[in-house]
Design a protein around this ligand. Structure first.
Ligand code: NAP
Length: 266
């Protein structure tokens, strides 16, 4: 069996940065994404830069059988996944009842169903082997049940609390489980023409994927329950639950920010 770290959404943004940090530490990788032309160059680059072996699996993680297919692929290839990073995600700006139905279903599958089933399948193996690491990517939006991100925020809330429960169940079985809750991160999510990225970074409200990945991997390897990179984000997460609903409705009405538009991360 070849031991490796499986990273979903490992060909861009935060997932790619996490994959680099793991490769730097000598982990072989399996990058999983839904675009072959993005995955393959990443794998070649990863092997060249870090001297590890990097495999790829092109699969739609928003399909109901995605986790089982990934698990069967690993079994067939003789891969032992001793590290699982559930990172793949999408952003959907839309009111819940106006969201395109296919996108609404996809975000639930991608953020809830597939990562839960990947934990179910690989977690059982890790538990039986008495070793393993799981890093689940949530978001500071976990405390933002807000209009316009009414599907995104609550799916990230699920991820946060599911990860906490999983951690407690696997404690004592040699499996370490950590939840990453990034704030704004400079990935394909942000259009540099519309967001002043240098200013956002100077103010500490936006970080690079490398900054987030370094803290995430350190948290995972030191068995921390949660990792919220950046003090502004930690403060934001403490303060936001105190904001009254009428303020949130007022902002929603007056900015019209969230219409029925939709966008994928990256
Ligand atoms: N950027 C932020 O500000 C921010 C803040 C908080 C949390 N997060 C979370 O961080 C995670 C990574 O996001 P990111 O910012 O790094 O964005 P990103 O660069 O767009 O990465 C998203 C990744 O998910 C993969 N993915 C999306 N849909 C998929 C599908 N149906 N099947 C397979 N793979 C799929 C993409 O793969 P392909 O390229 O192959 O499509 C891509 O590699 C997400 O879970 C996101 O919610 C991001």
């Amino acid at each position: 069996m070849t031991a490796l770290a499986l990273v979903t959404g490992g060909s861009s943004g935060i997932g790619l940065a996490i994959a680099h940090r793991l490769a730097q530490r000598g982990h072989n990788l399996l990058l999983v994404g839904d675009r072959e032309h993005e995955l393959n160059p990443c794998a070649i680059d990863m092997e060249r830069q870090h001297g590890i072996t990097c495999h790829t699996l092109c699969i739609d993680l928003a399909a109901t059988d995605a986790a089982q297919r990934a698990f069967d692929h690993c079994a067939a290839q003789g891969f032992e996944v001793d590290m699982l990073v559930n990172n793949a995600g999408m952003l959907l700006f839309s009111e819940a009842v106006l969201a395109p139905k296919a996108r609404a279903a996809a975000i639930l599958l991608l953020h809830v169903h597939t990562p839960t089933m990947l934990c179910r399948l690989f977690g059982e193996q890790m538990r039986a082997n008495g070793r393993g690491h799981v890093l689940n990517v949530s978001s500071i939006s976990a405390v933002m049940p807000y209009p316009g991100i009414s599907l995104y925020g609550p799916t990230k809330t699920y991820m946060r609390y599911y990860t906490r429960a999983l951690r407690n169940e696997l404690k004592g079985h040699g499996v370490h489980v950590t939840c990453l809750l990034p704030g704004a991160t400079e990935t394909g999510l942000y259009d540099p023409k519309r967001v002043n990225i240098p200013l956002a970074k100077r103010l500490g409200v936006m970080h690079s994927p490398q900054f987030v990945a370094e803290r995430a991997v350190n948290a995972l390897l030191s068995d921390r329950a949660e990792c919220i990179p950046g003090w502004v984000n930690r403060l934001t997460m403490m303060l936001l639950p105190a904001v009254p609903s009428w303020v949130i409705r007022f902002i929603h009405r007056s900015t019209g920010l969230t219409d029925t538009g939709q966008r994928a991360l990256g």
